[in-house]
Design a protein. Sequence first.
Length: 216
Amino acid sequence: MSKTIDNTIIFVKKQLENAEGGHDWFHIERVYKNALLIAQTEDSCNLEVVKLGALLHDIADSKFHNGDETVGPKIAREFLEKENISEEISTHVIKIIENISFKGGNFEKKFTSKELEIVQDADRLDALGAIGIARTFNYGGFKNRSIYDPNIAPKFNMSKEEYKNSEAPTINHFYEKLLLLKDKMNTESGKKIAQERHIYMENFLSQFYAEWEGEK
């Protein structure tokens, strides 16, 4: 398995060498490390599926492909076939890629597995805490969005399409996604880490608003 993982890392690095900073190889590497950390505390998970799912989960994020959610699974399947990965494992990895995204938080899961839960938690942890804050503002700058506009309130319970098409200020994203994640974690270790990072973000927002109003 180690040779396959090495080949996957090389492949992903090459695919994402020009990616936006919040969705580049280093994002994948952090998710991979988070997934391995969480997997240590979970019984009876297929570690090969976890590793491949973490490494390939953002191989072609739909937000960078005109919203096309089929590109990532297609690229991943072609790679896995070249690596002679079994159909059972390949299908599982593809289902992880297809079901990992937040998508506004309001959609019915069509697939569940312990491995998906681990990789999804690992991915969500990278949207929280200091890294999550950095990634959020990096993407907001990439999309040329305003940092904050007091006159534009966050939207809650958005549909998948509303979430995908949102052009709201970056601060709104905290309320539309990031602060919701701690209650959507799957694993006990994921929940614990998420809680700590959630508090960090709440403290950041308190400081942000104080500075915005000239109070500090």
